[in-house]
Write a protein that binds this ligand. Structure first.
Ligand code: DX5
Ligand code: ZN
Length: 219
């Protein structure tokens, strides 16, 4: 089994203190930092872009896991790579040529992630699974933190685990949206090895992020 890693989403952090929040997450044992990039078009919300990511990156020793919810994504890949993203995750619906966009991310020697919305089927990325480092399963409709976990997506994780085994592949499986201390266990059991969490990490247990990261990791 792959090691369980926690990728806190800074969407729920204190935006007036983002630099300190990144440091705090590093000290609390985060394995990576999940950065949700939204464009008000692919999803109905707007967040941060490359200059902010570039500035924040200086405060982190752990990788930046950048989740691009922007369309068309292709022409922006370079800016996020240059800003310091270590993993770049894109949605297949946000590009007219997934292969080209995967190649573009690889050109910058970044890890490639592809993300599936709750209603998007594994089939759409089946032919690309041997080319990616990670599959990000959305367990809420992307756009906002604090939404309710959709347990039906766990079947896709199981499907991916089967394909990975059959085809002798090694991509990571990450889950994002509504993760709490209960469903984290279900996600891990289904086969997810990277858990994204915003609300639970920043708001549970009076904001004790170290405790919350440790609890999420517990099977
Ligand atoms: C949703 C984002 C998630 C989200 C996670 O569009 O991709 O990363 O912020 O936040 P919680 O854990 O609050 O659902
Ligand atoms: Zn995300």
């Amino acid at each position: 089994m792959k090691k369980i890693q926690i990728s806190p989403s800074i969407l729920s952090a204190d935006f007036s203190q983002l630099g300190n929040e990144i440091k705090r997450l590093n000290e609390a044992g985060a394995d990576m930092i999940h950065v949700d990039v939204m464009d008000g078009h692919f999803v109905p919300n707007l967040t941060i872009g490359p200059p902010v990511i570039k500035a924040l990156k200086k405060n982190s020793l752990v990788p930046f896991d950048v989740h691009l919810m922007i369309s068309p994504v292709h022409k922006y890949i370079e800016s996020y790579a240059m800003a310091g993203a270590d993993i770049i995750t894109i949605h297949p619906e946000a590009t007219d040529n997934l292969q080209n966009s995967i190649d573009k991310i690889k050109e910058f020697k970044k890890k490639v992630g592809v993300s599936l919305n709750p209603e998007t089927k594994v089939d759409i990325i089946k032919n690309f699974l041997n080319k990616v480092d990670l599959v990000l399963i959305m367990s809420v409709n992307p756009g906002f933190g604090g939404q309710k976990f959709m347990p039906e997506v766990l079947n896709k994780i199981k499907e991916l685990v089967d394909i990975r085994e059959k085809e002798k592949l090694s991509f990571d499986i990450e889950i994002d949206g509504g993760i709490n201390f209960d469903n984290s266990k279900l996600a891990i059991k289904a086969g997810a090895n990277i858990l994204v969490s915003g609300t639970t990490i920043f708001k549970s247990n009076d904001g004790n992020i170290k405790k919350n990261i440790d609890l999420l990791r517990t099977v």
